[in-house]
Design a protein around this ligand. Sequence first.
Ligand SMILES: Nc1ncnc2c1ncn2[C@@H]1O[C@H](COP(=O)(O)OP(=O)(O)O)[C@@H](O)[C@H]1O
Ligand SMILES: Nc1ccn([C@@H]2O[C@H](COP(=O)(O)OP(=O)(O)O)[C@@H](O)[C@H]2O)c(=O)n1
Length: 234
Amino acid sequence: MGNFCCHFEARHDDDDENKADLSKATIVFVLGGPGSGKGTQCELLVKKYGYKHLSAGDLLREEVKKGTQLGKEMESIMKEGKLVPTEVTVKLLRKAMQASSNDKFLIDGFPRAIDQAETFEQDIKPPALVLFFDCPEEEMKKRLLKRGESSGRADDNEETIVKRFRTFLDCSMPVIEHYERQGKLAKISAVPPPDEVFVEVQRAMDGLSTEHGEKPRASDHVAAHAQGAGLMAA
Ligand SMILES: Nc1ncnc2c1ncn2[C@@H]1O[C@H](COP(=O)(O)OP(=O)(O)O)[C@@H](O)[C@H]1O
Ligand SMILES: Nc1ccn([C@@H]2O[C@H](COP(=O)(O)OP(=O)(O)O)[C@@H](O)[C@H]2O)c(=O)n1
């Protein structure tokens, strides 16, 4: 079996680094397997909490659409259900964050590997909270095949879905475990209908304090979440 976390050689292009100060930004990572409902919950979060939603997958697909050489390489990686090089995705995210007037960000579908988490934390900053949508593969597969009927996405097909699941298990689960160890993870069942999932999402988000603008206190969140939802070890 090949290495599903593999990357091709990184390109360095730092022309837009440090253009805007992101040191005061509030960052929430939104993680979960393919089709677990990350995008759906982000839409609800934007409406209620006014965050800027940045989907790593959407940013990558926009680049692919441009038809550049890099875009073509990324397209074939995505069709294989593998991960685009960290540097490419972090650069797109940083650029989109700097272009936004918002200072609260939902980073959806990122980080998907430990090196992505490390690079983002070093280049930008660590997350205040990590939402993890927990969903069985069978349910995710059903949702993705249904989405594939109208999404037009080249990766919403049975063959690629299986590969994306493999990448998620091999590369992304260690990221979930990493943030669980740090006490930043809110693990939420993604199986109920979206509005029911969102009840748990709000419980996690409401643990982020708003004193002096938006100053996150992960420990408040973890305590509230553990008490309320029984999802974290005491
Ligand atoms: N809680 C849910 N129950 C049933 N279907 C859902 C739920 N959340 C999302 N979906 C549907 O599943 C598909 C995948 O959801 P999406 O938000 O696009 O997932 P992701 O961003 O994690 O890939 C979409 O067609 C969406 O409408
Ligand atoms: N951090 C990321 C996010 C997405 N991707 C690529 O983009 C694809 C689609 O990601 P996505 O987040 O839009 O979709 P889902 O797989 O979550 O439904 C992934 O399968 C990867 O090929 C990546 O390489 N690195």
